[in-house]
Design a protein around this ligand. Structure first.
Ligand code: UD1
Length: 340
């Protein structure tokens, strides 16, 4: 099992939760992050929760090959988990080149440096958005892809690069994990989803509205062909996602080449169902109005999680109630984010 793990984007939402899980299981963890959408505070919280230090953290832009090479020379990682990327769908439509530059060119820079340093194990952070308007429920890894925005396209391009890379270098071991919708927080309430600037994703919006930091929720679309007209997603607890990454490292040497797995629960929840469950758990009311659909959104996205279950004998264990409860606890413990 890889001892020293380099986590790119380790201060971000999924990255920080994964660092906790890795430290708890005895890995040495080296983090790089540019803090463009995260805070160094998250890493202090990671250490507080795990009771162990992160071995090192370096402020590095994922496209900076020279700085990456220095990190590899200093720490000799056995494996890399690559989260560092831009992830706002709407922003990717407005600024596509930035998305391709950070997400695709950044991944290529990382691969080049890994190659130069003979590091051949990689877990890659991919996305269910690669399936686009799939019109099929649930979605398996072999279903057709068709990204509908530059963010999703950038993730698919990275998968293509990795596939070709592994064909050329068969001793490489790469796992691409296509996350559905990670929400929730560490049950301690010490870590949270803390985006800088505009908040776009549903759970950080719900927690902020419930706490009075934001006014009301605009529900994007009430006319989708779903149970109540609102969009349906497969929400997955971020600690399940973190656990899946740790399991991926334990399993990575079982096969060579590139393998792709969905990470979801297999259950769909509409926006209104999520709002109701969040209200029940938090005891707060979420004022909302139904507005027009958000460009680039799809009606339904639900994972078929069978492949990962079969390969690793692993399934998610946390339900929607836990996702809402843990996200709300994190909000209550951090009323204005990580700054205090
Ligand atoms: C998208 C991507 C996903 C990516 C994630 C990260 C797609 C299909 N999915 O998820 O791969 O990892 O962004 O940013 O592109 N909603 C509202 N009002 C709001 C915000 C959201 O109604 O103010 C609704 C959305 O329409 C959607 C659901 O809530 O039905 C979840 O939205 P969000 O949390 O933004 O995630 P996705 O767009 O599904």
């Amino acid at each position: 099992m890889p001892a020293t793990v380099l986590v790119t984007g380790g201060a971000g939402f999924i990255g920080s939760h994964t660092c906790v899980e890795l430290l708890r299981h005895g890995h040495s963890v080296v983090v790089i992050d540019d803090y463009s959408n995260s805070s160094p505070q998250a890493l202090l919280r990671v250490e507080q929760i795990s009771g162990r230090p992160v071995d090192a953290f370096h402020q590095v832009d994922i496209r900076d090959r020279r700085a990456l090479a220095e990190v590899f020379t200093r720490h000799y990682p056995d494996a890399v988990i690559h989260f560092a990327a831009k992830k706002a769908v709407g922003e990717s439509v407005a600024r596509p080149v930035e998305y391709y530059d950070t997400n695709v060119a950044g991944t290529i820079a990382l691969l080049s440096v890994m190659h130069e340093h003979n590091v051949r194990r990689l877990v890659f952070s991919s996305s269910c958005s690669v399936y686009g308007n799939a019109n099929k429920v649930p979605l398996g890894e072999r279903d057709p892809v068709g990204p509908t925005n530059p963010y999703a396209a950038s993730k698919l391009m990275c998968e293509q690069v990795l596939t070709d890379f592994c064909r050329r270098l068969p001793e490489w071991k790469v796992l691409a994990l296509r996350y559905f919708n990670p929400i929730g927080a560490h049950p301690s309430g010490l870590l949270n989803e803390e985006p800088r600037g505009a908040v776009n994703n549903i759970m950080p919006l719900l927690t902020r509205i419930a706490a009075g930091r934001l006014g009301q929720l605009d529900i994007y679309g009430g006319d989708y062909p779903t149970v109540d007209g609102t969009g349906v997603r497969d929400y997955i607890h971020v600690m399940d996602v973190a656990e899946a990454h740790r399991t991926a490292l334990e399993r990575i040497d079982e096969a060579s080449g590139m393998r792709t797995f969905n990470l979801g629960t297999g259950h769909g929840t509409s926006v209104l169902q999520l709002v109701r469950e969040f209200e029940r758990v938090s005891g707060r009311t979420i004022p909302y109005r139904i507005t027009k659909r958000r460009p680039g959104d799809v009606a339904v996205l639900i994972a078929d999680p069978a492949a990962v279950a079969q390969a690793w004998n692993w399934t998610t264990t946390r339900d929607l109630t836990a996702m809402c409860r843990d996200a709300w606890r994190a909000q209550e413990r951090n009323p204005v984010g990580y700054s205090v």
